[in-house]
Design a protein around this ligand. Structure first.
Ligand code: PLP
Length: 471
C-alpha cells in the first residue's frame, strides 16, 4: 500500500471509528455470536494474493463487528471498565504509525523520557510520596509478577536467579482471600509454589485482617518457612474492598517482608483527595500498581507500576548480552530491564495525550460522576422490593441479588440469580458479571465507561428489574 492509498484508507478507518462510537448504544452490549461462528466465517488459510482494502473492510463489517462485545458501551457494567477516550485513540494511531520499540533509551529517547515523566505526573496525581519511581507494564498481572520476583530475589540474597530454586528454603506469600487470581498465577510462575500462598481471612468489609496476617507470618516462622511478600489489594475485584495498608505495612516492616500493593482498578480513584484515605500507609509499600487502562480513559495496555527501589527490580531482571549494549548503558534508563519482555511499545504517548487533553480536573470529574452514579444505583437496589444490596457501593462497584419474597438462602436462590444474569446478558440492554460473596452467587455492577450517564444506569436497572419479574 503506497502512501496515497494509506492516506485514503486511514481516513476511511477514522470515519469507521467515529461511526462505531456514534452508533454503539444501538447495539446489544454483549456479542450475540455463538461459539465457532466467527471462525467458521473465516477462510481456512491466508490468501496467496493480496486483497483490496475494500474487501477487507467489507468483511470487517460482515464478520468482525457482530463478534464484538462493546466495552465502550455506556451500559456496559461487567468486569471492571477497560475504558478508552478519543485522545487515547489518537495517540494509539500515531504510536502504531511510528512503530518504535522502546526497549532501550537509544531505541527511542522520547519514549523513555516521556515514560519517566508522565509516570511522575501520575505519581503526584495519586498522592504517592516522592521516592517512588514509575514504569509502564503491560498489565497489573505482570507488575505483580515483577514484584514477586524482586521479593523472592531479595529474600534469597539474590541467589535464586543464580542457583535456581531447587534446594532453596521455602518462601511464603500472603494475600487476602479476596485477592485477584493474578497473585496465584504470579506465585506459580515465580516458583514459590501455590502451597506457599497464604490466603488471609477478611473482616466484615472483606478487607484483610491484620491480626490474621500476623498470625500466619508467625506460624510460618515457627515452621521454618521464610515470610517473603505480602500483596495487599486496594479495590478487590469481587466487591471492591480495600486492605488496611497502615497496619499491614507495619507488620511487613517488622518482619522484613516485601509489600506490594495491587490497586489495579481503585488506584485511579486516588486522583480524588476525598478518597486518598483508602491508601493511608502506602508510603511503606515497596511496590504499587494501578491500571490507567481500567478507569482512566487510557487504552489497554497501560499499567502504572511504582517502585521504591527500582534498582532491586533491575537487579532481578537485567541481563546484558553484547547485542543490547549501547554507548549510554548505565547512564540512562533502559526499560527493558524493568519488566518481563524485551520489546516494548511506546505506551507513554497515550497517557500524555489523555493527561493533557482532560487535565487532572477532567479526569476527576469523570471519576466522581461514576462514583455518584454507583451510590444512586445502590439506592435504587435498596428501594426496590425483592432486591437486596449485598455489598457497596465501594467506589463505583456494587453487588446485589434478586430475592423474591425473601427466598431462603441456598442453591435455589443462587440458581435463580444465575438465570437472571444469563437472561439480562442475552437481552443485551446491559451486561453484568457475577461473583461470589461468602459463597453466595451475586450480580456485580461496575460503572466506568466514559459516556455512562445517569439515564444509562437507570435504563440498565429498568432492564434488570423487568427481566427479573418475568423469570
Ligand atoms: C483487573 C485486576 C487485575 C488484573 O489486571 P491486568 O492488568 O488485566 O493484569 C489485578 N488485580 C486486580 C485487583 C484487578 O482488579
Amino acid at each position: 500500500m503506497d502512501i496515497e492509498r494509506f492516506r485514503q484508507h486511514a481516513q476511511e478507518a477514522v470515519e469507521r471509528m467515529a461511526a462505531y462510537l456514534e452508533g454503539i448504544e444501538e447495539q446489544p452490549v454483549r456479542s450475540r455470536t455463538r461459539p465457532g461462528q466467527i471462525a467458521a466465517a473465516l477462510p481456512e488459510a491466508a490468501p496467496e494474493e493480496g486483497e483490496p482494502m475494500e474487501a477487507i473492510f467489507a468483511d470487517l463489517d460482515r464478520i468482525v463487528l457482530p463478534g464484538l462485545t462493546h466495552w465502550q458501551h455506556p451500559r456496559f457494567l461487567a468486569y471492571f471498565p477497560a475504558n478508552s477516550s478519543p485522545p487515547s485513540v489518537l495517540a494509539e494511531m500515531l504510536t502504531a504509525a511510528y512503530a518504535v520499540n522502546a526497549m532501550l533509551w537509544q531505541t527511542s529517547p522520547a519514549a523513555t523520557e516521556m515514560e519517566t515523566t508522565v509516570l511522575d505526573w501520575l505519581r503526584r496525581a495519586i498522592g504517592l510520596p516522592q521516592g517512588f519511581t514509575g514504569v509502564i507494564q503491560g498489565t497489573a498481572s505482570e507488575a505483580t509478577l515483577c514484584a514477586l520476583l524482586t521479593a523472592r530475589e531479595r529474600a534469597l540474597g539474590w541467589q535464586g536467579n543464580e542457583a535456581g530454586l531447587f534446594g532453596q528454603p521455602p518462601l511464603a506469600v500472603y494475600a487476602s482471600a479476596e485477592a485477584h487470581s493474578s497473585v496465584e498465577k504470579g506465585v506459580m510462575i515465580a516458583g514459590f509454589g501455590r502451597r506457599h500462598l497464604r490466603p488471609i481471612a477478611t473482616d466484615d468489609a472483606f478487607a484483610m485482617r491484620p491480626e490474621a496476617l500476623e498470625e500466619a507470618i508467625r506460624a510460618d516462622l515457627e515452621a521454618g518457612i521464610r515470610p517473603c511478600c505480602v500483596i495487599a489489594t486496594l479495590g478487590t475485584t469481587g466487591v471492591g474492598a480495600s486492605d488496611p495498608l497502615e497496619p499491614i505495612g507495619e507488620i511487613c516492616a517488622r518482619h522484613g517482608v516485601f509489600l506490594h500493593v495491587d490497586a489495579a482498578w481503585a488506584g485511579s480513584a486516588l486522583l480524588l483527595p476525598e478518597w486518598r484515605h483508602l491508601a493511608a500507609g502506602v508510603e511503606r509499600a515497596d511496590s504499587f500498581v494501578f491500571n490507567p487502562h481500567k478507569w482512566l480513559l487510557t487504552n489497554f495496555d497501560c499499567s502504572a507500576h511504582f517502585l521504591r527501589r527500582p534498582e532491586d527490580l533491575t537487579r532481578t531482571l537485567s541481563i546484558l548480552p553484547a547485542y543490547l549494549q549501547s554507548r549510554e548503558t548505565g547512564q540512562v534508563i533502559d526499560y527493558r530491564d524493568w519488566g518481563i519482555p524485551l520489546g516494548r511499545r511506546f505506551r507513554a504517548l497515550k497517557l500524555w495525550f489523555v493527561l493533557r487533553s482532560y487535565g487532572l480536573e477532567g479526569l476527576r470529574a469523570m471519576l466522581r460522576r461514576h462514583i455518584d452514579l454507583a451510590a444512586e444505583f445502590a439506592g435504587w437496589i435498596r428501594e426496590t422490593a425483592d432486591f437486596e444490596l449485598v455489598t457497596g457501593p465501594n467506589l463505583a462497584l456494587v453487588t446485589f441479588r434478586y430475592r423474591p419474597g425473601g427466598t431462603a438462602e441456598g442453591k435455589a436462590l443462587d440458581a435463580l440469580n444465575e438465570r437472571l444474569l444469563h437472561a439480562v446478558n442475552e437481552d443485551g440492554r446491559t451486561y453484568l458479571t457475577p461473583t461470589r460473596v461468602r459463597e453466595r452467587y451475586v450480580l456485580r455492577a461496575s460503572i466506568g465507561q466514559r459516556r455512562t450517564e445517569r439515564h444509562h444506569v437507570a435504563e440498565a436497572w429498568q432492564a434488570i428489574t423487568g427481566i427479573a419479574r418475568g423469570l
